[in-house]
Design a protein around this ligand. Sequence first.
Ligand code: ZN
Ligand code: ZN
Length: 638
Amino acid sequence: MSELRCVSLLEKCRSLNCLLQIHGYAIKTGCDTDPFVLSKFLLFSAITFSDTMDYACLLFRSIPQPDGFMFNTLIRGFSESNMPYQSISTYAQMQKQGVKPDSFTFAFLLKSLINCGSLNTSRQVHCHAMKHGLDPHIFVRTSLITAYAAGGSIVCARQVFDEMRVPNVVSYNAMLSACLRCSEVDEARRIFDQMPWLNVTSWNIVLSGYMDANELELASRLFHDIPQKDLVSWNTMIIGCVQGGKLKLAFELFEEMRLEGFSPNEVSITGVLSACSQMGALEFGKMIHGYIDKAGFSHIVTVNNALVDLYGKCGNINMASHVFDKIMNKGVISWTVMIEVLAMHGHGVEAVELFYKMVESGIEPDGVTFVAILYACSHAGLTQKGIELFNMMKDCYHIEASMEHYGCMVDLYGRAGFLDCAYEFIAHMPIKPNAVIWRTLLGACSIHGDVILAEHVKNKLSEIDPENSSDYILLSNIYAIAGKWRDVAVVRKSMAERKMRKTPGWSMIEVDKVVFSFVAGDKRNPVAEVAYEKLSEIINRLRSEGYVADIGPVLHDIETEDKEDSVSHHSEKLAIAFGMARLHPESVIRIVKNLRVCRDCHTMLKFVSRVYGREIVVRDRSRFHVFKEGSCCCRDYW
Ligand code: ZN
Ligand code: ZN
């Protein structure tokens, strides 16, 4: 009886805590060794919940003789986790214990390889499947096609496909996706044309493949050929247009879709909103907001959360909090998104206030909320508060700190100049620090000019992640600031020897429902001329007001743009100049940038905001900068 009770409790279980309680009950009633109950526990911890894989492993280890189903469950759990490779060692264990694999075993194994993309391992798994006579199985074949494509071999994928006697629609679609994954757009089209039957899914796969490959022209043509478009086709097209910066087209499609009788659902709306927030496409987002109100979606919490995120990421904090305030049943995600928005804008105190308000209203914060609030504390210099909240997370809410939380803490100490504390903190972490943690400390060393610690940290980084160019740049900056030019030259030489390339920087600006994207020293851009002309006019005027460009030998900050075209043509400068030339003189200029803003651009933007009386909002990789009357909300600390 207690077995059945356990299983019915499990079905209602929603958290690790609850799972532990039920497990306790199972032990007390002695049904914890029942194989049926055990497989259920395993299924729940490995698959149903997303972050309980460690618990699943513990449970699995306690089972004396796991059967094939249990092994498959664990392999599947790993394939969906952030340690997909572990599925291979589980399979090895399965063989050692003489448990026979079935077609599911191989399908799950291959799925985990899709996430690691290792071609060699895919080949080995293929051999094993053949040895067990399971390779003709349609599941296994289809997974093989996808795994080979993920490993970069379209040839192997094609071979598997060609050996299939009667490929079904799923395998056709897998082959289509495989071609698109390997950027074989023409081959995809050929397969598509060969298909004996066409369902709307296949059309949609090719459509989204064209979008991913940035082939907007081809996509548009295909889209018009689709005989019976469904909601997915429309969404793919609209989101693709937003991501490609064609907001006007996205806008028209949105209207057309409704005229053809399709009503966007909350999935399409949140999808479009998230595309807008990534692109910083505020105007288009506002239009969608208008539609949301009219179409009666404004009571849906997920839609409102996406709106708060949109306004926040587009730099409009007032609208974000306006939408947030009106949400009736705020869930943990709503609160967390709003805390993130405040954090990104450097409003640390307000973020902390909101956090306590959330707790008071009876909503329990989760791991993501704590990442947001710790981030808020570190960016606002609230060191003591951050430490307090970190302890509260562990002591009051029993949330296991993740790498992200540790990263926030290192940042918190590091930014405030407590480099020794940061180092001590890392040394005492219960999990092995990853490259991001050390990189955070390296960044702090650069802010505070600690050359000795920086060298030590860089050595650690060279062990874990030797090929990361931003670490080299950071170290050479630290040397440059300390005036150690010989060391700067050594670092640069070793970068050149390793043929390292920096991530190219870009900045985007929305003008008249079109998103324009600029790279440093942009020459190919059709609107470059406008931008360059305005830029030189602006710089001349700023010079007369005391602006001096910082074009010394210093490489500036982490991963800022290449100096080949000199600092004066950085992408955000071009974007600003273009905005000044084309936007209404009263309007706020909004820029989205993929890297951090460099010192010189930051200084120039402060000047522009004072001399021209313009408000400028820049979202860079780490936060928002709002430039007004000669100063920035980050207080020159970012
Ligand atoms: Zn710059
Ligand atoms: Zn700033």
